[in-house]
Design a protein around this ligand. Structure first.
Ligand code: AMP
Ligand code: ZN
Length: 476
């Protein structure tokens, strides 16, 4: 089949551009900024990986060989985008009295479990930042003479040494303005850390020797180093959440330019998914109280309902997470699965995917991955009485390949996810916790303990002082 030309939105030019691999022999080379593993990923983070997976699926479906790398940030991410302050990994380790390596392993594993449950295709490589410290130091040594300066706290990149710094951020000086940066000695607010020296007298769990003293890399460095190492420079597409358009990716671009001694950004396309928001704004790890995929599953929601909710919106639109939206997606998924089950019962033999339907799917996703346009086509296809059930199922396999909903694999039983705390609703639990808080405030510890025990008996563990900020978790 002749595929439609693929058009993708490039944040660098702020426009839709036709996609062609830079090197047809190498296929499509894609790098995705991965998780920071000092905590669980929330469902907003997972939206970013569902987006990257949709891109990868479309590229493969269209016949490109795909080389996809996602990094695991297990070092160097500070408590904000600034260059000073605690390392998030070190902080989580201290709070949980675990070693930093245990923290990283625990959250990496939890993340990969969510990847699997969302039917996200694992990349060619998960590249782990701490496996590449030597290469980061070599990279820094190469760019340091012309682009960096050393101050007491570390080695910094002088952003004025590269052309068009911050072009990706839209020409505004957002990056500088947003940065409330306490680092003294920096030449400009936009300059950023390449290497952060360990503060004198402080023993960090993660630190390495370098020409600039013991310390750890700045967190932008890993992505330049690992993307160039595994994909070459320039490669085809770099993805991440839209927050990275302002600081992290402009800094990566600056590093890439310094490394190649040219004005090339390092990737042909820079693509960004918009945020998952809730009523209080952007879902973020630092805000606490965020929702994980596990929380949805515990509430009885199949993870692919969340995937369906995500792809019902365009990746460049903000998406509001609400119980109502999620319930609607779950209902839609159930309806789809029931329709497919009925078709399977009636299908005879192998079908053939009818070309006009595949063309409609292709046109939708070729238009900057327009999945919300593809979904109604799927509904129409399944209901198209003029097609035999077997032909409809054959076409469905193509939709599954592109959208990742696994409609051919799911059956009704899969969708019966038992809520973890079936005995009590979330509202009941919150109400009891509020009563307990009052009792504690009034120093009525007998009553507060009684409420805790009562909740425990209903399968709810109260989590006082949990470092991750969880009030409770289901134990059933
Ligand atoms: P992090 O682990 O915080 O580095 O985030 C992993 C990915 O999730 C990055 O690409 C972020 O840009 C993205 N991300 C973070 N918060 C959200 C959100 N609320 N909605 C969508 N993507 C997000
Ligand atoms: Zn990155």
């Amino acid at each position: 089949m002749q595929h439609s030309p693929l058009t993708l939105y490039n944040s660098l030019s702020r426009s839709l551009e036709p996609f062609q691999p830079l090197d047809p022999e190498k296929g499509a080379r894609v790098y995705t900024c991965g998780p920071t593993v000092y905590n669980y990923q929330h469902i907003g983070n997972m939206r970013a990986f569902i987006f990257a997976d949709t891109l990868g699926r479309v590229l493969r479906w269209k016949g490109y060989a795909l080389s996809h790398v996602i990094n695991i940030t297990d070092v160097g991410h500070l408590t904000s985008d600034a260059d000073a302050g605690e390392d998030k990994m070190e902080r989580a380790a201290a709070a949980q009295a675990r070693s930093i390596w245990e923290i990283a392993a625990h959250y990496t594993e939890a993340f990969k479990r969510d990847v699997e449950r969302l039917n996200i295709t694992p990349p060619m490589l998960w590249s782990v930042a701490t496996d590449h410290i030597g290469e980061m130091i070599a990279f820094a040594k190469k760019i340091a003479p012309e682009h960096c300066y050393e101050i007491e706290s570390g080695l910094y990149f002088d952003h004025t040494t590269v052309p068009d710094y911050g072009k990706l951020a839209g020409g505004q000086d957002d990056a500088g303005e947003n940065r409330i940066d306490p680092v003294s000695g920096k030449r400009h607010p936009q300059d950023f850390a390449i290497w952060r020296k360990s503060p004198p007298g402080e023993q960090r769990q993660m630190e390495w020797d370098s020409p600039w003293g013991k310390g750890a890399p700045g967190w932008h460095l890993e992505c330049s180093v690992m993307s160039i190492k595994y994909l070459g420079a320039p490669f085809d597409i770099h993805t991440g959440g839209i927050d990275h358009r302002e600081i992290h990716h402009p800094n990566e671009i600056a590093q890439n330019q310094a490394w190649c001694g040219c004005s090339d950004s390092g990737a042909h396309f820079w693509m960004h998914n918009n945020f998952l928001v809730d009523r209080t704004g952007k879902m973020s790890k630092s805000k606490g109280g965020f929702t994980t995929l596990q929380v949805l599953i515990d509430a009885g929601v199949h993870p692919l309902a969340y995937r369906l909710m995500c792809i019902s919106a365009h990746y460049r639109s903000e998406l509001e997470f609400s119980p109502e939206n999620l319930a609607a997606a779950l209902t839609r998924l159930k309806r789809l699965v029931m329709t497919v089950t009925a078709l399977k019962a009636r299908a005879e033999g192998e079908g053939t995917a009818p070309a006009p339907w595949i063309k409609r799917l292709d046109e939708a996703v070729s238009d900057d991955l327009n999945t919300p346009r593809a979904l109604p086509v799927l509904d129409e296809l399944l209901a198209e009485k003029s097609l035999s059930p077997a032909d409809r199922l054959a076409a469905l396999a193509e939709f599954d390949a592109v959208l990742g909903l696994d409609l051919l694999g799911l059956d009704r039983n899969d969708l019966r996810v038992r809520p973890a705390s079936a005995a009590l609703t979330a509202e009941d639990i919150e109400a009891r916790l509020a009563e307990r808080k009052e009792a504690r405030a009034a120093k009525d510890f007998a009553r507060s303990d009684a409420i805790r025990d009562e909740l425990a008996a209903s399968g709810v563990e109260v989590m006082d002082g949990d470092p991750l900020g969880w009030d409770w978790r289901p134990t059933l």
